[in-house]
Write a protein that binds this ligand. Structure first.
Ligand code: NAG
Ligand code: NAG
Ligand code: NAG
Length: 436
């Protein structure tokens, strides 16, 4: 049965593949920055022997990136500000961050902190060339280094603290949209990025984008199974999930498991009990135990009922994992109590939230503030344009707004893990950074 199922799925995917590519290649006026591939070689850091990438990449088209490791630095021109940017990333990653201030549990104080975070003109920049599909913030506290992934395989890196013209650069490590990115928690010199084609690890200390996993089925998302970022759980658009171990040779997953989903859109690992992960897809949101995963016949540890249309995302709350927030196409945000992880997790609150992002915007994902066990951030269709922060009770705590500087919907947002910094990305590759 499962053979038939996967054959049907394979057929679906191969039938969908090419038309999908040509249909989506919408011509878009290049806004300012073109993809530049100038010298990025770090001093005394020769990139390994890897194939050269085609120089000029048309912004409107999906790039054709070869498989295997890619240099983070191409061509041999002289040193530039890009070198400085990579140097900054490396330096920030080697610094031990001091113990951050304990986050406040007092909602009034938290609201005050949110109100003190402002968007200024120099906090806006086009960092990738098209629609932002993912963002990640480097954990360093001494500078704000943000990464954005876009629809056309690009990864942009921006040192927000750098006030000069430089301070940002675009890489092209993928062929298709970069839907998920995370800095490695214990080695933030590594930025892992996932696109339909592959999961890569951009390692600035070696100036290379390694290939960690590739699959014939398209990848949708990933999360680390431990802080060392050696193992990860990967979600696939075909519904399965895969376990990946970077230490084993080759780029195929260790295990591919059918969890009975039509689509797996996001996966997220429990922050404390790392054997549990959450998968969200068509209307299903379920928690599984990675230790029990088999090729097929997998049973969920807990099910989060109630979604009537497709689910865009589901994430565990950051410190205890006792809450899960989901975004669903039925125009609702839902918060569940997952403190006991019983067979059915109870629904705690529901927020009506227009999610009608339409064709040209990335779907909203509600993500927790890593400093706040009970608060999450989500994009909004409301005018004036804003980014909203809710408490798990469903109460709106704050709307980040600035009619002069924020004139568009930010679908993809992320808070800094320890500082009061929020970054939001819009559908033309612009990042907006709110900070104290
Ligand atoms: C990108 O596409 C090309 C051509 O379709 C393919 O050969 C290559 O393997 C793809 N790259 C990745 C990283 O999947
Ligand atoms: C929510 O948004 C999705 C697209 O993002 C749309 O298909 C759906 O109809 C919306 N929900 C409602 C209730 O309109
Ligand atoms: C993205 O944001 C920038 C700056 O805020 C704005 O100029 C641009 O029009 C926005 N893009 C879209 C598609 O709304």
């Amino acid at each position: 049965l499962s053979v038939l199922k996967s054959a049907a799925r394979l057929h679906q995917i191969t039938a969908k593949g090419p038309s999908h590519v040509t249909k989506r290649a919408k011509p878009r006026k290049a806004e300012g920055s073109t993809v530049q591939r100038r010298s990025m070689r770090l001093q005394r850091m020769q990139p390994p022997e890897v194939p050269q990438v085609e120089a000029a990449v048309q912004e409107e088209e999906y790039p054709q990136v070869p498989a295997g490791p890619l240099p983070m630095a191409v061509d041999g021109q002289e040193e530039s500000s890009d070198t400085a940017l990579l140097g900054t990333w490396l330096r920030l990653s080697e610094m031990n961050s001091k113990d951050a201030e304990k986050p406040t549990c007092d909602m009034k104080r938290y609201q005050a902190a949110l109100s003190s975070m402002l968007l200024r003109e120099d906090g806006i920049r086009k960092v990738v060339s098209s629609r932002v599909c993912s963002v990640a913030i480097h954990p360093s506290e001494s500078a704000v280094l943000v990464a954005a992934g876009d629809k056309y395989g690009h990864v942009g890196l921006w040192d927000v603290s750098c006030r000069t013209e430089g301070g940002a650069h675009i890489f092209t490590p993928h062929n298709l949209s970069v839907n998920c990115m995370r800095f490695s928690p214990s080695h933030p010199a590594q930025l892992l990025s996932l696109s339909h084609d592959s999961l890569r690890c951009g390692d600035v200390s070696r100036a290379v984008f390694d290939e960690i996993c590739r699959s014939e089925d398209s990848l949708s998302s990933f999360d680390f199974l431990e802080d060392g970022a050696c193992t990860a759980i990967v979600g696939l658009w075909g519904g399965t999930v895969a376990v990946v171990d970077r230490r084993t040779p080759g780029t195929s997953p260790e295990l591919s498991a059918d969890i009975g989903f039509k689509v797996t859109r996001t996966v997220d690992v429990h922050p404390v009990d790392k054997q549990y992960f959450l998968a969200a897809g068509s209307v299903d949101v379920r928690v599984y135990d990675v230790r029990w995963l088999r090729r097929s016949g997998n049973k969920a540890v807990s099910t989060l009922h109630g979604h009537t249309k497709s689910v865009a995302s589901a994430y565990f709350s950051p410190t205890s994992g006792h809450r899960v927030v989901t975004v669903c196409a039925d125009d609702k945000l839902r918060v569940y109590d997952t403190s006991s992880l019983s067979a059915t997790s109870a629904l705690l609150s529901t927020v009506r939230h227009n999610n009608n992002t339409g064709r040209w915007l990335t779907r909203f994902r509600a993500v927790w503030d890593p400093k706040q066990e009970r608060c999450f951030v989500v994009g909004s269709m409301a005018r004036p344009r804003q980014i909203e922060v809710f408490q798990d009770t469903g109460e709106l705590l704050h709307a980040f707004c600035n009619p002069e500087c924020l004139g568009s919907v930010c679908s993809i947002n992320a808070f800094h893990p320890t500082r009061n910094v929020l970054v939001g990305g819009n559908s033309s590759g612009r990042l907006h950074v709110f900070m104290e």
